[in-house]
Design a protein around this ligand. Structure first.
Ligand SMILES: C[S@@+](CC[C@H](N)C(=O)[O-])C[C@H]1O[C@@H](n2cnc3c(N)ncnc32)[C@H](O)[C@@H]1O
Length: 283
């Protein structure tokens, strides 16, 4: 799928999910017919104390695959940017962590998600929050302006992940941290099965293989790259989905068991790299 088409499919999917959450339902990234498709991925990511801190509809719209704010070290006074902020749950939690002297930006391209996020911000009463409209491939913020970039199950959806990581690198301050949750594939998985599993886990295919991800981060200029599994998916959990996609869960099970994970991906922009260097200048 070409990049503009992919973005349009993603936008429609998440626009519908936002409308559902705004109307009092629970957002799902799967087909509307089966809202339970993503439960093993999105369920139980936040602990009750975090849930109590944010408006109900921010929780209902949560479509992540991790909890980056719990794993990232956010300090009072810092500026945080959430790539693909959806209904805003991670932005609101970050805003509380960085306090009134800090700032939390959410960036999303889907109008319905932005409307829901802004409504959730209004209900939360937080004033150190701003939701921006735009694509994560072209971040509408200046160079060297952000301390921490978080993201929750969004980079896997992009058709141009190199660009996303280059943009993340550009807007981070020297010494700034990338701390994102994402779906990652471990090792070789036959292409057709991989596509179906990615649809199940990430709703729209696009997860990177672990070493490919590390390589892209390195090429974007990051250092101290680390990838920590937070959830490992069992073939059993995708059984119904695999059957409906025409696979025999018994025979493909061993090929996918444990190969799809949610990971917490960490990396740092080197302290001496304030100036953004083009790809041809990197060693
Ligand atoms: C899987 S949802 C995750 C939302 C949120 N991070 C959460 O944890 O609930 C993906 C979100 O990313 C947004 N998105 C996807 N691709 C994007 C892109 N290329 N640029 C900006 N936003 C994007 C979608 O509109 C949607 O709100």
């Amino acid at each position: 799928m070409s990049e503009p088409n992919l973005q349009e499919v993603v936008r429609q999917k998440y626009g519908a999910a936002a409308k559902l959450a705004a109307a009092g339902g629970v957002a799902s990234c799967g087909s509307g017919a089966d809202p339970s498709c993503c439960d093993p991925i999105t369920k139980d990511l936040y602990d009750p104390s975090e849930i109590a801190e944010v408006p109900e509809k921010a929780v209902a719209a949560s479509l992540g695959c991790g909890n980056p704010t719990a794993l990232a070290q956010l300090r009072p006074g810092e500026t945080v940017l959430d790539l693909g902020s959806g209904g805003g749950i991670d932005v609101l939690l970050s805003a509380k962590r960085v306090g009134p002297a800090g700032k939390a930006y959410g960036l999303d391209m889907t109008d319905e998600m932005l409307a829901l996020a802004r409504e959730n911000q209004r209900k939360s009463g937080l004033t150190n929050v701003e939701f921006l409209k735009g694509a994560i491939e072209s971040i509408p913020l200046p160079d060297n302006s952000v301390d921490v970039i978080i993201s929750n199950c969004v980079i896997n959806l992009s058709g141009d992940k190199d660009r996303v990581l280059e943009e993340a690198f550009r807007v981070l301050k020297p010494g700034g941290r990338l701390a994102v949750s994402d779906v990652v594939v471990r090792g070789e998985v036959p292409a057709a099965i991989r596509k179906s599993m990615e649809l199940w886990v990430g709703c729209i295919a696009g997860a990177l293989e672990e070493f490919e991800y590390r390589d892209k981060l390195y090429r974007a200029g990051f250092e101290s790259i680390d990838m920590e599994p937070t959830r490992v998916y069992k073939s059993e959990e995708a059984r119904d989905f695999l059957s409906s996609a025409g696979f025999d869960p018994e025979s493909v099970g061993p090929e996918i068991d444990g190969r799809f994970i949610s990971a917490f991906v960490r990396a740092v922009k080197p302290a001496g790299r304030g100036r953004v260097v083009g790809p041809s200048c990197r060693g």
